[in-house]
Design a protein around this ligand. Structure first.
Ligand code: LLP
Length: 419
């Protein structure tokens, strides 16, 4: 459930008509609903009520906006970060260092040190090589790094191939059949406190089966490690739960996910942590856009050219992803249209032959489910700026990221004096 609803014929974000945000802030603009973020955070926590003291680390990559992170830190969420930049954001949003987990296959030495100096809760080590480097850096600085070993369980998450992470051919984690040996090697190194296993098999999962299979393999691994005399006190089960992108689509609920986790992990005797991103932020945000013009060049469906483009919302161009598109002031008329952005490539297409609200020049529309992997994946392609972001809270709103004009991006460029 989200708080983007029609009231008196106008789509609102909580109590604010989107027409007002468009007038005052301009378009395109991302709009987030605080009440929706809070609701999703609580629903996910509640879903894990069958698990003792779950630790929940929001996947910052899904929406790194500081105000969004602050809302979630107030809900007691920690952070799953994958770069030094995300670590700085999580700390800036008052997430306690002990509630921060550092994932990612390519942490640099500088980033490993940054994590050690911040005294973060856990590093998820993705390779034997990374573990050795972290151990050396930690020992050199008189620190101990709390670590989990991320395993690759070779399970097909049955999601888009570009966001599947748990197959043997994917770059993530160590092969699960080598995990005992690598864990033992790393546990013997000074500087590391090897305390558990991490797993994350992919994103936008539409069925729980692959997760259950992967978790089952982790359970067997934990038993095997203990039988070999290793200590295992923690397990990080990653994120990945999908969300509906189409009205009426039904996916496994957080409650179903939580019940499965409780059942599969009941004998593990470890502290469990989770890294949800999309399920918290996805439906808590929309991208508000204005129709530039409607191009009718033949008898086929018209091209509705909107002022948002693939640089602002990359998912349709990148993964062929579907986002529901709705008029902010629907007239009730429906028709079949192509929805495209102004960028000079055919990939800048949000929808082809979509039966939807009829849009005319100047109308406002929204792309739904844009709160996760939306603004954060923007680029300045075609010398377009970065769009503004707004957070709504009841009857008030604030601009939580300024629009960054193309000229401001150009200001960072230099033409050498020998040209
Ligand atoms: N943990 C790790 C280690 C991850 O790599 C990810 C996402 C998550 C947690 C959060 O997954 P979530 O709960 O959001 O599914 N840009 C793509 C999604 C990439 C996901 C990358 N990793 C998209 O727009 O669909």
């Amino acid at each position: 459930m989200d708080h983007f609803q029609l009231r008196d014929g106008v789509l609102h974000a909580e109590d604010i008509p989107l027409t007002r945000i468009a007038e005052e802030v301009g378009t395109p603009v991302y709009v987030y609903s605080r009440a929706t973020l809070v609701r999703h955070a609580r629903v996910f926590r509640e879903a894990l009520s069958g698990v003792k003291d779950p630790h929940i680390a929001f996947a910052v990559k899904s929406n790194p906006n500081l105000a969004v992170l602050k809302v979630l830190s107030r809900e007691g969420y920690g952070a799953d970060v994958v770069s030094g930049g995300e670590l700085v954001r999580a700390l800036e949003a008052d997430m306690a260092p002990k509630n921060i987990v550092f994932s990612g296959v390519g942490k640099t030495d500088a980033e490993l040190l940054q994590g050690l100096e911040a005294d973060i809760g856990q590093f998820n080590i993705e390779s034997q090589e990374e573990g050795r480097e972290l151990a050396a850096i930690a020992a050199a600085h008189g620190k101990i790094a709390r670590c989990a070993l991320r395993v690759n369980p070779d399970v097909d998450a049955r999601t888009h191939e570009k966001i599947s992470t748990g197959k043997a051919e994917n770059k993530f984690g160590v092969p699960i059949h080598r995990a005992v040996e690598i864990y033992a090697t790393l546990a013997a190194l000074p500087g590391l406190d090897m305390r558990g296993i991490a797993v994350h098999i992919g994103s936008q999962l539409s069925t729980l089966e692959p997760l259950e299979t992967a978790f089952g393999k982790v359970g067997e691994l934990i038993a095997e490690l203990r039988a070999q005399g290793e200590t295992v006190t923690h397990a990080d089960l990653g994120g990945g739960l999908g969300v509906p992108y189409k009205a009426g689509e039904v996916l496994p609920s957080p409650a179903e996910y939580g019940a499965m986790v409780a059942r599969v992990t009941k004998d593990w005797d470890v502290a469990l942590s989770f890294e949800p991103g999309r399920v918290i932020a996805g439906n808590a945000g929309i991208l508000l856009t204005r129709v530039i013009r409607v191009k009718r060049s033949s008898n086929a469906s018209p091209f509705v050219v909107v002022d948002a483009a693939m640089n602002d919302l990359a998912r349709p161009a990148m993964y062929g992803a579907w986002h529901d598109i709705e008029a902010v002031k629907p007239s009730g008329a429906k028709s079949v249209s192509h929805i495209v952005g102004p960028i000079c490539e055919t990939g800048d297409t949000f929808a082809m032959n979509r039966e939807m609200d009829t849009l005319e020049s100047g109308d406002l529309a929204v792309f739904r489910t844009a709160g996760a992997y939306g603004a954060t994946m923007a680029s300045s392609y075609n010398s377009r700026g970065f769009v503004a972001e707004v957070l709504v809270d009841g009857d008030k709103y604030a601009v939580v990221a300024d629009r960054l004009a193309a000229a401001a991006i150009m200001d960072a460029e230099r033409v050498p004096d020998w040209l």
